[in-house]
Design a binder for this molecule. Structure first.
Ligand SMILES: [Zn+2]
Length: 239
């Protein structure tokens, strides 16, 4: 099974370099938020849900994300999917690389999707946003798929990374362009991977080990927040 991935831009912000790089300072660089749509399978799937409540997210981030996240109406998750011809009811699986708000908190928009997340480091429903926990409880059994290292669905492998968050996982997705690795926030930008330059707020020794894993799991990496994804992959189409 091979898929096509589409990088859909969910918003943008300027992040202090001491977050992006272990040796970074006060200056900022541009981040994009992405929802990754996986097409060509039996049903559309997503990696990350996008941010739902921008105002809520922006409370408390001013020190390291000056001005907060900016999101145009057409960048909201459902508008993005509509522009790609996908209705939320159609989405079968939502892969969550880790439980930070900008990566999972719109899960409630997808009434038929299973949430796929790491069993190792899973923080528990009580640690999640109230509406997401409520949706998972209400829907019971199959709504939450906690996974370990291995093939989760045909052509999609999960592998535990930790480091950024105890539950951080990477995903390796077979596409026509080769195997794409989505490493979540272990790789914010191409510079983290290619210089390489470890991110800030992280155990650098553990990160180097995780980087080796990320490199061996596929043919190319899709950084979680780099605007350059959209120029390296014109139109955000991968595979
Ligand atoms: Zn994060």
């Amino acid at each position: 099974m091979t898929y096509r991935i589409r990088a859909l831009k969910n918003g943008e912000c300027n992040v202090r370099d001491y977050i992006t790089f272990h040796d970074g300072g006060e200056q900022t660089s541009l981040f994009y938020l992405y929802v990754w749509l996986i097409e060509d399978g039996p049903a559309p799937m997503l990696v990350e849900t996008g941010v739902s409540d921008v105002e809520g997210f922006n409370r408390g981030v001013e020190a390291y994300i000056p001005g907060g996240v900016r999101q145009r109406p057409e960048e909201r998750t459902l508008a993005l999917l509509a522009s790609a011809g996908v209705a939320p009811e159609q989405v079968s699986h939502v892969f969550i690389t880790h439980f930070h708000g900008d990566h999972y908190d719109s899960f409630g928009l997808f009434p038929n999707a299973a949430m796929v997340a790491s069993r190792l480091g899973f923080p528990g429903l009580e640690a999640l946003a109230g509406d997401v926990a409520e949706a998972l409880r209400r829907r019971g059994g199959d709504a939450l798929m906690l996974v370990e290292d291995g093939e989760v669905l045909p052509g999609i492998h999960a592998f535990h990374l930790g480091v950024h968050s105890p539950c951080s996982i990477g995903l390796a997705v077979h596409t026509k362009a080769g195997v794409a690795v989505l490493p979540g926030d272990l790789i914010y930008k191409y510079e983290n991977l290619e210089t390489p330059r470890p991110p800030g707020w992280t155990d650098v020794n553990e990160w180097w080990k995780a980087l080796e894993k990320i490199r061996t799991m596929g043919d190319f990496v899709l950084p979680a927040h780099d605007p350059e994804v959209l120029s390296r992959w014109p139109g955000g189409v991968i595979g």
